[in-house]
Design a protein around this ligand. Sequence first.
Ligand SMILES: [Zn+2]
Ligand SMILES: [Zn+2]
Length: 392
Amino acid sequence: MDREDRVALDRRVIEWRRAIHRRPELGFQEHETQALIERELDALGIEHRRAAQTGVVGVIRGALAGRTVALRADMDALPISERTGLPFASETPNAMHACGHDAHVAMLLGAATLLQARRAELHGNVVLLFQPAEEGPGGAEPMIAEGALENPRVDCAAMLHVDVRLPTGTIGVTPGPVNASADEFTLRIVGRGGHGAYPHTGVDAIVAASAVVGALQSIVSREIDPLASAVVTIGTIAGGYRNNALADEVVMTGTLRAHDPAIRDSFAARVERIASSVAEGYGARAELEMRQGYPPVVNDAEIACGFAPILARDAGVAVVEAAPTMGGEDFAFIALAVPALQMRLGIRNEGIGAIRSGHSAEFILDEAALAHGVDALVAFVGALGSEQLPIA
Ligand SMILES: [Zn+2]
Ligand SMILES: [Zn+2]
């Protein structure tokens, strides 16, 4: 591909991104996005199949022997009303690509274009994973269950996520944990109702719940190693009927996050123990219901360390070690199945207002970064598919 073709491709990537941005779709409703991907893969002559309802699996078969490398892009938007004022802003009320998944799809289509064109010199195969519902309830797990990592069998995987902490021209590559586990819970504090003027006749669930909320803060501050990372957040709390009635029940919901699977596994017992004993101290009762979310994303350390200098050379970017985050990401399921790498693509540009974090209604990304993302995906295939880098 000559210089002129590459400029045209970079423009095309931005066009794809804007088209998807205009028409954001929530998890498992990505029908238009799916159709766009299928149309473009057809135009490129890349074989593809559907998975996880609205997902697409494309396969590029290289002419030379090598590994099978999967590249994953998530497709879904968020239930947010866009307030960027961009000319290609969302045309759908209460839906917005505020996490950059529109850019992820566009960059993967861009990489697919380059890799398909180089098929004759390509080592191994490339599996393109266009995945729905990352923001929930999760599309990676059903895609794997439907065989997205088989036929051909995937040896390793990579993904990009845009990251407003890093300036355009920078890509973060971090060995080890990069995203946290994200489990949810509902905690019910059960007391006994009565007249607010005669508190001694009941068990006030509000007072008991207040003590429980305070006591739960000691999990992170007193029970977890200060050098480890953990979050206990209570996001909602509701209870009671009116100003002069004792609440017989308070219901809270929250999120529990950690990078270390052992800490993750310990959360339920800790919350249960503290909530139950504190509630009991007030004559109330605690009922805990846990819901498993995404596991932590752990980058393969050998791939991260080996690939960082290749990425700097082949993609012409500054490679930095980006700090892990406590956000969740269902690429975790893919990273549990095969050695994997999540790269963080710098998109920060103060000059155009690309300074707000993802999930903001004013989230803007610097489209100049998309060409770097395309190069990074292609470089990953080059280094891993050719077995230039070992896999443990
Ligand atoms: Zn997100
Ligand atoms: Zn995201």
